[in-house]
Design a protein around this ligand. Structure first.
Ligand code: CU
Length: 146
């Protein structure tokens, strides 16, 4: 009898932990943006996207009231050692199953065109990320120097 109760308890805990099948397939680590003066028109956000599921997902868009327009960008070599940036190919950032995608300075980033707020250290900026499979997710990017 004791064993049955124990098993039931385990099942119950498992069900609660999984939230009834609504487990977090995507987690976002350390969303941040670099400080910049208000005179700087644009900014960027960085973070690591982790995919804990067994199927690929993709970040398809991002939005925030802190920017007039938000785009998903990548840096690329324009030649002669000059780096440029452009919207990501295909319009989305793939997050492979069981792996992660790193958005960092010099690489992939969430581009903030037309800053509506000052990017001073400690400022918290709410971002809405939309994933192909995982749907919408709210994160808070913290502005810091590095
Ligand atoms: Cu950019």
């Amino acid at each position: 009898m004791k064993k049955v109760i124990f098993l039931l308890a385990v099942l119950l805990i498992t069900a609660v932990a999984c939230g009834g099948g609504d487990e977090e397939t995507i987690t976002v680590t350390d969303p941040w943006g670099r400080t910049s003066p208000m005179a700087a028109e644009n900014g960027a956000f960085y973070m690591t996207l982790n995919n804990n599921s067994s199927s690929d997902d993709a970040l398809v868009s991002a939005a925030t009231d802190a920017c007039a327009t938000v785009e998903l960008h990548e840096m690329y070599d324009k030649g002669d050692g000059v780096m440029g940036m452009r919207p990501v190919e295909g319009g989305s950032i793939t997050v492979p199953a069981g792996s992660s995608a790193e958005l960092k300075p010099g690489g992939l980033h969430v581009m903030c065109l037309g800053k509506e707020v000052d990017f001073t250290a400690g400022t918290e900026i709410p971002l809405t990320l939309t994933f192909e499979n995982a749907g919408e997710m709210e994160v808070t990017a913290v502005i810091r120097d590095n």
